[in-house]
Design a protein around this ligand. Structure first.
Ligand code: MEZ
Length: 583
């Protein structure tokens, strides 16, 4: 029944279509189309007015400055890409950047309003007509394994496949590697590691499995969860062998043991792991093609044979014996998110702009099976003002949540679904993440938030209560009560298990937080070998997948730290098996 509903939604999505057409545009060269000068134009972006100052010579758009731009930090990269695209096309008639549609709309409106003032009479239409779109066929290529996506899963798979003797090409639509992995902060979950043993943490693979199944509402595929837990320690060793620092350990929501591995001092894990994987891929000579979008998987529901790639210069096929899909989830595509979970329409997201679920489009001809597409997770502690995620590790290291009545309202380390719902039930559908100087000093990721100016600071509880406009006396009672629970090692109000430290050392800090879309748990159905299956439950020969593009590992709620484990563990499995399959 559920599968039927999913297919209706997928068909709907296919008809809506989310991919921008990538075609080569012909330019009008050496023909005067502008009156040289600098012109201004305005548009409406996601977060307000976008104003562009556009400088043109007689034949060319020379420079674009976004002189007014209020979009979030996550929109800066796509905005730069769009400006580069307009300059390259020498025209404002280009497609927006996937995943940043409203920001793109604002920029394009502003640039085109400026260009309208610059065009010589009649030239605008002439230029547009001349820029008639024309696909160019480039020369095809051949390799052993082609990997779609250069995020954490794709890079990991590329390394394993290469180390197992395959020639590999990685195809990435964004102008940089890393995907969502570069935003991961909290850490990577693993049980029975050498690092845990050194710290005397008594964890087991079985407890890791239990936590993951319970956290996912037992909707997870237990076989995949077993693979995740059993291979976690080995993968931590593998990453450390490549030079990763995973020697600090913390606790995330829904975990009953400290098993979230992260760099020394609690530094953000994602960019570090991307740097390690990228350096290794370069050392191995792996070819990574950026700004190259896969638009089709070649083959059918029984066997695949490569991919079709689109670039600004044209299209070509990469013929391959195996294809690994590691293209990530769809958290940045709110139209898709809302089709699967209408309650999330209009939500912000923690995802990078490329997380748009392109697999729905490029795999539509091979009848892949999808699982759990409607399972979409919100992360509870995201700043509503700019969609910046404040890592769960802050709570793991001792922070609490208070509402506008200055009271706690939830076990802060319950699963994300529970904490998100609790936040939404508060006044303004948000709350304050609250901690003291000792928590700040325990986690270096917090220094980043401090330097970015995200934290509200008060020397005393009274001062910070004033800044938050909440009742100081109630806040004092809340903190005293909580500190008592820490001392007693029991929280009779909310049954919080891990209370790392009391909140008693000023200054105190707070940041307003609310839920935003974080992880799409559904995706391609895979087996324990990382092979993709079709809608008749048969393996599609030569097709593998890993990471957030797959479904089944996390059930209805992914535990913090399990994404980094998922991408690296299943990335390794897919890479190795793809390479071995072609020998
Ligand atoms: O795995 C995650 O999503 C995670 C640990 C996020 C975070 O809060 O840092």
């Amino acid at each position: 029944m559920r599968k039927g509903l999913i297919w209706v939604l997928i068909l709907l999505m296919i008809t809506v279509g989310t991919l921008a057409g990538c075609v080569k545009t012909k330019e009008v060269e050496n023909e005067a189309i502008f009156t040289a000068g600098t012109y201004e134009g305005e548009g409406q972006g996601h977060a307000g007015v976008v104003k562009a100052s556009v400088t043109v010579s007689e034949t060319k758009i020379e420079k674009i400055d976004l002189v007014e731009f209020h979009e979030s930090e996550f929109a800066v990269e796509p905005a730069d890409q769009l400006v580069a695209k307009i300059l390259k096309a020498n025209s404002g008639e280009v497609d927006g950047i996937a995943g940043a549609s409203l920001t793109s709309k604002g920029i394009l409106e502003a640039v085109n309003a400026a260009l309208a003032k610059a065009y010589l009479e009649g030239a605008s239409t002439a230029a547009t007509t001349e820029a008639a779109k024309e696909a160019v066929k480039l020369e095809d290529r051949t390799t052993d394994v082609v990997i779609i996506g250069a995020g954490g899963a794709g890079l990991t798979a590329a390394i394993e496949a290469t180390q197992n003797g395959a020639n590999v090409i990685v195809v990435e639509k964004m102008p940089m590697v890393g995907g969502n992995t570069k935003y991961a902060t909290g850490g990577l979950n693993a049980a029975e590691t050498s690092v845990q043993k050194e710290k005397g943490i008594d964890d087991t693979v079985e407890i890791f499995i239990e936590d993951t199944m319970k956290g996912g509402g037992n909707l997870n595929n237990p076989e995949l969860v077993k693979v995740l837990a059993e291979n976690s320690a080995g993968t931590v060793e593998w990453l450390m062998g490549l030079g990763a620092d995973l020697t600090d350990i913390g606790r995330m929501g829904g975990a009953s043991k400290d098993r979230t591995h992260r760099p020394t001092g609690g530094a953000p894990v994602g960019q570090h792991i991307v740097d390690v994987l990228y350096a290794q891929s370069q050392e191995l000579g792996i070819e990574i093609l950026l700004e190259s979008t896969v638009v089709e998987i070649l083959g059918d529901s029984s066997q695949v044979s490569g991919v079709t790639v689109e670039t600004a210069d044209g299209n070509y096929n990469i013929n391959a014996k195996a294809v690994i899909v590691a293209s990530g989830g769809f958290g940045a595509n709110n139209d898709l998110v809302a089709q699967f979970d209408p309650a999330l329409k209009g939500y912000g997201t923690t995802n990078h702009p490329g997380a748009t679920g392109d697999v729905i489009e490029f795999a539509k001809n091979i009848d892949v099976a999808y699982v759990d597409m409607e399972q979409i997770q919100t992360h509870p502690t995201v700043m509503p003002s700019n969609n910046y995620m404040i890592t769960e590790a802050v709570r793991g290291n001792g922070a609490i949540l208070v509402n506008r009545e200055a009271k706690r309202f939830v076990n802060e380390l319950d699963t994300r679904a529970v904490v998100s719902d609790a936040l939404l039930a508060q006044e303004n559908a948000s709350g304050y993440l609250f901690f003291d100087q000792s928590v700040r000093e325990s986690l270096s990721a917090i220094e980043g938030y401090y330097k970015k100016g995200f934290l509200i600071e008060g020397a005393t509880l009274e001062e910070i209560a004033g800044k938050l406009d909440i009742d100081a006396a109630t806040l004092q009672i809340t903190i005293d009560t909580y500190n008592g629970y820490v001392a007693d090692e029991t929280d009779p109000e909310f049954s919080r298990q891990s209370m790392a430290r009391t909140l008693s050392v000023g200054p105190y800090y707070a940041v307003e937080v609310a839920p935003a879309v974080h992880h799409t748990m559904g995706g391609l159905m895979i087996n324990t070998n990382g092979e993709v299956v079709n809608s008749s439950d048969a393996v599609i020969k030569g097709l593998y997948a890993a990471g957030e593009v797959t479904g089944g590992v996390h059930g209805n709620n992914r535990l913090g730290g399990n994404a980094m484990a998922d991408i690296t563990i299943f990335g390794r499995i897919a890479g190795k098996n793809a390479a071995l399959s072609i020998k």
